[in-house]
Design a protein around this ligand. Structure first.
Ligand code: BDR
Ligand code: CA
Length: 312
């Protein structure tokens, strides 16, 4: 089984990813660590606890950073994910408490308990991961893999013409995370945007597995309004689960290897720059950077078939 910690800002597509992790027989969900982004950090903690309780999962919830490393925090994405983060779908509050350790310390502690075994899937802004590297640089050697949903490498951004939301919300943290030598896989918009959860798909999911599918289908209805009005899509894009699918259905993705860096000021702030390996670059930002793997394309049918199979 893959031992997984998800760093998350739930969030509708975050909820779709968390449900998949709970349902997957090959994933052992150790914890959710929380971060601002779609909602504020304390709301992300509340939502993480509520989802786990609702779906009968006793994984830990450790709360993360409340603000970006350097820039002032942006307003949460209430417009896209609803004021409660779940498209106004009510998930009852949990009576459980968050873990005594904060997110970074929790991950450090877990990496010592299971050295070389933990996959960290980050599906929100990367502030907790930057904090983790700052507190214990050796943590990079104790994690099995770090998979990040964020950025746009050959395609355009979703908050600005060049920036994707998770990177844009803390570009300095993302740049530190990409500069670190750890086994990192990036799932940018390039691999998430080809996939659409249509209303028919969500209804089929709700019919086959009402416990997981009914709340997700209701959330997807709200989420799809944004995709319809902004992009003309007939459904919504389940970005975050792609970070988990890399573990469980790697054949659905095409990868490229190369160095990554992030623009941290000016008009292009939050842009992810990708230099495929083996090609010379005159951009100094790549000097000394390790190569990472980048998921640049997806087979939507293979992805969708796997999601439906695991969830039902
Ligand atoms: C990412 O931003 C958030 O709004 C989503 O949850 C996802 O993690 C997509 O750009
Ligand atoms: Ca997210």
């Amino acid at each position: 089984k893959h031992k997984v910690i998800i760093d998350t800002d739930p969030g509708i597509d975050d909820a779709m990813a968390i449900a998949y992790a709970i349902a997957h027989p090959d994933i052992e969900l150790l914890a959710l660590t929380t971060i601002f982004g779609n909602v504020r950090t304390h709301e992300a903690t509340r939502n993480a606890l509520a989802l786990l309780d609702h779906w009968g999962c006793d994984a830990d919830v450790a709360e993360g950073e409340a603000a970006p490393l350097t820039i002032p925090g942006n307003e949460p994405s209430y417009l896209v994910h609803g004021r409660n983060g779940f498209g106004e779908v009510d998930i009852p509050a949990s009576s459980r408490s968050k873990h005594a350790l904060d997110a970074a310390d929790y991950i450090i502690e877990a990496s010592k308990r299971y050295p070389g075994e933990i996959t960290l899937c980050a599906v929100g802004p990367l502030t907790n991961l930057a904090r983790l590297l700052e507190r214990d640089p050796e943590v990079a050697t104790r994690l099995k893999a770090v998979i990040v949903m964020g950025g746009a490498v050959h395609k355009k951004g979703n908050v600005t013409p060049v920036a994707e939301a998770n990177i844009w919300n803390d570009p300095h943290a993302a740049d530190l995370v990409f500069a670190a030598s750890w086994p990192l896989v990036l799932a940018p918009l390039d691999c998430t945007m080809p996939v659409v959860f249509t209303p028919d798909f969500m209804q089929a999911l709700a019919k086959e597995n009402p416990a997981l599918g009914t709340p997700l289908a209701a959330m997807a209805e709200f989420y799809a309004r944004f995709y319809r009005s902004h992009l003309g899509l007939a459904g919504c894009v389940p970005h975050d689960v792609m970070a988990l699918s890399w573990l469980t259905v790697p054949g659905a993705f095409r990868l490229q290897k190369g160095a990554l860096c992030v623009v941290t000021d000016g008009a292009s702030i939050g842009q992810t720059l990708f230099q495929p390996g083996g090609t010379a670059s005159r951009a100094r930002c790549f000097d000394g950077r390790p190569n990472h793997m980048v998921m640049v394309d997806t087979d939507p049918q293979m992805f969708l078939a796997d999601y439906m199979m695991v969830m039902t």
